[in-house]
Write a protein that binds this ligand. Structure first.
Ligand SMILES: [Zn+2]
Length: 511
């Protein structure tokens, strides 16, 4: 990347949300009409936004000018931004109670966004016709970010309009059944809300006090069960904590399913999504199981017999019971929760073999989980990855200062046991984290699709030690060189040492 400071790193290189996809395609196709079309469209849009920003300035709307210019946000080279889609309809309606000139600005801006959304959607359909499903999806998502109320695009991503909101089929089913979503109590019959808020609880067909319920649910067998679209959380801590965790995992699920849609759908299925004559697919999502113990002591006690070293962990996914285990209170760690829940998603969505990575390629299983554990929210975006996240700092120190590196050909030959029992396990995890960042972000993301395909191959058990080289179409030795160049191109590291007792040795006891 050739940047000298952390600050410069965030300076825009290219313009639109979809450039990563574009540069990936551009790198493998010499003359490409579709990519040229996307570039032209993006540039035309940028110019229209710039004229609108100038108009704002002429009207004394400095802040609005700034916001208009910022809309085509810079692509950050080292992290992935996934737009958060608003649920409430009417994003493009001018806000009420504003001055006429501000309303005028908003209307003009909204008109440009709608026009851009239609153009991107047309390009997405063009991509589908050319059999380029991944690019089509990126374009469709960028279009939906422009116009969140575009009905065709909403349908494509599984939403339907319901009482002024965009809802999934699951949500509509619950709402029709008379439930509402309560931010503290989760899904609840509408008629219960007032009593819940006053401290009453419905328990086995009668109303009792919240304290009484706490006492009755203090053992896990009789704990609270929180159900959301993709999760079923059992906990004896509290209803509120169960709801909070389920919501957190729903966010992970949303990002994961957008990023790895190619992991669990075929090109034909994606093509079918784009055909608006089709009825929306009836989905019956898997509900992933989570257990949240009240505290660490109960977590240790319950899992000790199966995991003798459980005290060292702060959460784990158990493939045998297909369940994640965590504990509430001091010691709970959100990034570990995302890490383990990512193992669960890859394992349980799609048709995975019971022991992926057993013979070789184990690193990518950990790499993907470490990448997703960086999930955070910034403004209107979910953010993943980054060269200053703890795992990446460790990866850089180990590579640049300790000069630790196992050539990729050898690294890919490591199976689960070799990897997990290696005395240098911390350094292996660091390298896996560094490589995942590299394959996601190197050169505008040119290997991103290959990495997703690689993960799919490994989880299906159809991989071999040279799969990664085959899927990228690049020799291992060349990938080694590119990785080294990538690591060296990053801004200077702060002086630091790696604590050998970091989380990497504390999780994944069962994997
Ligand atoms: Zn792991």
């Amino acid at each position: 990347m050739g940047v000298g400071s952390k600050h410069n790193l965030f300076v825009a290189r290219l313009l639109a949300l979809l450039i990563a996809a574009v540069s990936f395609v551009a790198s493998c196709a010499v003359a490409d009409e579709l990519v040229d079309g996307i570039r032209r469209q993006t540039e035309a849009y940028r110019q229209k936004l710039e004229s609108l920003a100038r108009w704002c300035e002429s009207q004394g709307l400095t802040e609005e000018a700034e916001r208009t210019r910022r809309w085509l946000h810079p692509v950050l080279e080292d992290r992935l931004l996934v737009p958060i889609l608003p649920r409430k309809m009417g994003t493009l309606e001018p806000p009420e109670g504003e001055s006429p000139v501000r309303q005028d600005w908003y209307r003009r801006w909204a008109a440009l966004r709608k026009e851009q959304a239609d153009a991107l959607f047309a390009l997405a359909r063009g991509a589908i016709r050319q059999g380029r499903a991944a690019l089509a999806l990126d374009l469709a998502l960028a279009a939906l970010h422009e116009n969140p109320d575009h009905e065709g695009l909403r349908r494509l991503f599984g939403f339907q309009a319901y009482s002024g909101y965009w809802r999934t089929a699951y949500e509509v089913r619950r709402l029709r059944a008379g439930d509402v979503w309560h931010e503290r109590f989760g899904w609840l019959p509408k008629g219960y809300v007032a009593r819940y808020e006053q401290g009453e609880r419905f328990y086995q067909n009668r109303w009792i006090s919240a304290e009484e319920e706490r006492r009755l649910r203090s053992s896990l067998q009789n704990g609270w069960v929180v159900e959301t679209e993709h999760y079923r959380v059992l906990t004896n801590h509290s209803l509120e904590e169960g709801v909070r965790l389920a919501e957190q995992f729903e966010r992970l699920n949303e990002v994961w399913s957008r990023l790895f849609i190619r992991f669990y759908t075929t090109d034909a299925q994606i093509r079918a999504l784009f055909d608006l004559r089709n009825r929306p697919p009836v989905t019956n999502p898997v509900q992933h199981r989570i257990v949240l113990f009240r505290n660490r002591e109960e977590y240790n006690a319950a899992l000790k017999s199966r995991y003798p070293q459980v005290e060292l962990s702060v959460g784990l996914y158990d493939g045998a019971t297909r369940c994640c285990y965590f504990f509430a209170g001091p010691g709970f760690d959100a990034s570990t929760a995302y890490h383990e829940a990512t193992h669960q998603l890859f394992q349980e969505v799609g048709r995975s073999v019971p022991n992926p990575g057993f013979r070789c390629n184990y690193w990518v299983i950990e790499g993907a989980a470490m990448y997703l554990e960086t999930l955070r929210q910034e403004g209107d975006f979910f953010v993943l990855g980054g060269i200053d996240t703890p795992r990446l700092l460790a990866a850089r120190v180990r590579f640049l200062q300790d000069r630790f590196y196992i050539p990729l050909e050898k690294f890919c030959s490591l199976g689960m046991e070799e990897f997990q029992t290696d005395s240098r396990i911390g350094a292996l995890y660091s390298q896996a984290a560094g490589l995942t960042q590299f394959f996601m972000h190197f050169d505008g993301g040119r290997y991103r699709d290959a990495l997703v395909n690689f993960l799919a191959t490994v989880y299906l058990g159809r991989d071999n030690p040279s799969s990664l080289s085959q899927l990228t179409g690049v020799r291992f030795s060349q990938l080694d060189e590119q990785y080294a160049a990538y690591m060296r191109s990053l801004p200077n590291l702060p002086m630091m040492r790696i604590e050998e007792t970091t989380r990497e040795s504390k999780s994944d006891l069962g994997q």
